[in-house]
Design a protein around this ligand. Sequence first.
Ligand SMILES: [Mn+2]
Length: 349
Amino acid sequence: MITDLTRERWTQLQQQVRGCDATGRWLVLTHDNPDPDSIASAATLGRILRVAFRHPVTTAYGGIIGRAENREMVRALGIHLTHSRRLNWKHYRHVALVDCQPGTGNNQLPEEWIPDLVFDHHPIRRATQKAGFTDIRTDYGATATILAEYLEISGVGSNKRLATALVYAIRSETQDFGREFGGADKAAFDVFFPQADIRALARIQSPRLPLSYFATLHRSLASLESVSTLVVSHLGPVAQPDIVPEIADLLLRLEGKTWSACTGLYDNRLYMSLRTTNPRADAGRLMRRILGRRGKGGGHGMIAGGWIETNDDPRSTAESLQRHVARRFAQLLKKNPDRLAPLDLGNGG
Ligand SMILES: [Mn+2]
């Protein structure tokens, strides 16, 4: 399904890309520690730029592809992503950001660079307005849905692997249509699902998991804290940062809880994720208020993430920083932080 908005913007996008110097190589950049939405969006935009406009393209990411599901997605679908540390930035004349925006601290775009194209579904940031072309749709559950519409209107055509990537991105980003999605997400899902490789999808959704995953899960359960309808977990040092949002998702399923928060330490940063069952909440704003000026973060209504550097923080140890963000989380949601107490799992009864 192609919306009127996409029809209108496709004309602008074509003008923008054709107006760019035809000799330069394009760089399509995901957010750091890319999730399936960001990965599928990059793969789709890469294909459009290559096939519809005949431009050479590199798709790249920063951080790590950590989750077993995401590693399996990239492997099973043959998605080619270059790590940002291997990029020679001078080779690129043009850059596009997908599922993120400039100046948010969650991508590798050098600060002084103004992107040519930005596609995202998070609230627009000031720096984004300078980009040559922007398509920000906060009413979309997934950025991949926006790119799926451009793929259709471009006439470039899909293939089994790309269709599978788009379907998995929409599914995982909306938790199987369990949170924040719009009609466009369902429509794109319906278009691409018949073309998807259902065996590959099954493998991506239930990959084998490393022992470190279970060790982290164990630590998470041992460190649960709660006050009223809030639940918090501190993972301590983690093998990869995207376990933090994964555990936050899991904790939100605890009966009686309406907000979950999870923290984890990785590479001198305290990562934090927030989740809520309240569709009218603004988790992104809450995240930024918790992290304060030294941190970077954002999100949508019901999900948010961010980080603070641990080494240049006056509140010294990672442990005290953990305690600080958990207390601030409680306080801003009008719960008494002094009543944050360990949640005893008992002996399984
Ligand atoms: Mn997304």
